[in-house]
Design a protein around this ligand. Sequence first.
Ligand SMILES: [Zn+2]
Ligand SMILES: [Zn+2]
Length: 231
Amino acid sequence: MIDSKPKYARARDLTLGQAGAIWLRELQPKFLLLHLFGWVGYRVYLLGQGDWGWLDLVPVALLLALHPFAEWIIHVFILHHRPRQVLGLRWDYHAARMHRLHHRDPWDLRFVLMPLPIMVLGLALGAVVFWLLAPTAGVWATTMIATAGIAAYYEWIHFLTHTSYRPKGRIYERQWRLHRLHHFKNERYWMGVTRHLGDLVLGTFPDRANVKTSKTARTLGLLDPPAGEDA
Ligand SMILES: [Zn+2]
Ligand SMILES: [Zn+2]
């Protein structure tokens, strides 16, 4: 069930600080940042116990290398999943339904952030898997810091591109422009949000001059019930 009042941050030319304050009002960023600080605290405690080494750099490098592909795969196969009937049952994801609402009204902030239960479940699952793989508690904590840091970065940049904050700086200007192309030019391309190596390698980074404006960028070719009504 979605809280039924639309939320917008349409004030003209928000400053970065104003956009940040609106972001921090939401539950998901609060949870993500608390989670991140918790792991940083644990890592600092372990440092004090003498648990540190170069091995910590391995998961950080691996996660940074996989991050653009993770964004691409989640966006293509989960968020843009087309509901279908399998053995008489409807196969759909809550995250996909939220993402369809996000495309329908890209300015409604209710649908920009990842749903909280999915965030909690994803991080809990990551914590278990990384605990099984990590050789020491320190490496485990570093891996979780990198995971939470990447998730917070993704949520912040995605949120910011859906506000009226005017891009400054080359890196953010590019993220802003490409994500708006995904929403308003053609929803089949520019699947990365903060990083675009996945698009470059997997063929979804065309020259915008050669791309037709899609008629289904708002609906993804599917019609869901309006926000607030569960299917
Ligand atoms: Zn978006
Ligand atoms: Zn999308």
